[in-house]
Design a protein around this ligand. Structure first.
Ligand code: KG4
Ligand code: ZN
Length: 346
């Protein structure tokens, strides 16, 4: 089955062509980072307009890259939520319009299920069951994954998502937008031990997260070293980045180990933008190896938003017989646990 994937939930226009027999044939990504940089964050209306502008040229581009015509497509997958309403509707409208014209089935995919399954596109994919840490700009969740659509929420952030915390601290430090990856690069040059940072909610049982206290702690530290309208000196900024990143990473690692122990699992999948973080990958690898557990993640470009993960997830659901209505429906807020399992569908 040849599936076209369309991702437009936030500020990336992503397309991909996935073949259930041959694997991923091509993908294309257009980032709106430059458009939103002046505002220091995503402006929803501008995001929608830019998706509209890019969507047809990108469809042509990905079909050419894959070496297929649109008539060869057997099904279309689009991100139906969670995400920005207007942005989701752009991809959804194109998907349903194209599905209607080509007379092929269309499926609305859950964005976080796309992230969760992205490591399946790698050469050595994880086998079910496993624990997944979903860490993006909007989500920090630990999920027990027993199959596609069989998701049990083990814990989640009670306030900011890990990626959001990275972005907010980066903004306080006047780092370039988008802040998370920039902060991570700067952290590599800083001294982890110079400042003490809390590891929130690790001193009590449970698998929930909270990053707002760590954010306040970091803000106070920045204020302490800030002169009149002047940021702390360069080395202090690097040291704050390093200490903050280490605190987030340690917190995530502690909770992942705890989730594996609690569920008796030995495989951990990390997915979403923050799973691109080098320090997080390194530390999980070392720590999990001590307990004979293994960590899986997608290649860097498939950790952040992309069309390939949507094409893959949609393909699995289309193969199981799931279809979405042609009357477009997008769901800006959509709990992962509400998805139906592949077994229930077939
Ligand atoms: O999955 P994603 O592309 O979009 C959402 O679904 O939210 O994740 C974006 C988030 C942003 O908060 C970004 O700062 C963060 O992932 N991120 C990182 C890194 N790369 C992206 N955070 C820490 N270290 C990184 N290397
Ligand atoms: Zn995402």
């Amino acid at each position: 089955m040849l599936v076209l994937g369309i991702e437009t939930s936030c500020d990336e226009t992503g397309f991909a062509v996935y073949d259930s027999a041959k694997g991923l044939l091509a993908h294309s990504l257009y980032s709106q980072v430059a458009l939103h940089a002046d505002y220091g964050g995503v402006v929803p209306e501008l995001a929608s307009r830019d998706h509209v502008r890019k969507i047809l040229p990108m469809l042509n581009e990905v079909l050419t890259k894959a070496g297929v015509t649109k008539q060869a497509i057997d099904g279309i997958a689009y991100t139906a939520g969670p995400g920005l309403m207007g942005a989701l509707m752009v991809g959804g409208s194109m998907a349903t319009g194209l599905g209607f014209t080509l007379d092929v089935p269309v499926i609305g995919v859950h964005h976080m299920e796309g992230h969760l399954l992205a490591p399946m596109l790698e050469d050595t994919p994880p086998e079910f069951p496993f624990v997944a840490l979903l860490v993006s700009g909007g989500h920090t969740q630990l999920v027990l994954v027993e199959g596609i659509g069989r998701y049990q929420l083990l814990g989640e952030s009670l306030d900011d998502a890990a990626g959001e915390a990275f972005d907010k601290i980066a903004k306080m430090l006047d780092l370039d937008y988008p802040g998370g990856p920039v902060l991570a690069t700067m952290a590599e040059k800083g001294q982890v031990q110079r400042f003490d940072f809390p590891r929130p909610m690790t001193d009590r049982p449970g698998l929930d997260f909270s990053f707002s206290g760590l954010k306040t702690h970091t803000r106070n530290l920045i204020e302490k070293y800030r002169g009149d309208d002047v940021l702390p000196d360069d080395q202090t900024v690097l040291d704050i980045c390093a200490g903050f990143q280490e605190a987030v990473v340690d917190t995530l690692v502690i909770k992942c180990k705890r989730a594996l122990k609690q569920t008796g699992m030995s495989k951990l999948v990390i997915a979403g933008g923050v799973s691109a973080n080098k320090r997080l990958r390194e530390k999980l690898e070392t720590e999990l190896a001590k307990n004979n557990a293994e960590v899986f993640y997608a290649r860097h470009e498939f950790c952040t938003d992309n069309g390939a993960m949507i094409a893959y997830a949609g393909c699995q659901r289309l193969l199981a017989g799931e279809r979405s209505e042609l009357a477009l429906s997008v769901t800006p807020r959509w709990p992962l646990q509400n998805l139906s399992s592949i077994e229930e569908l077939s």
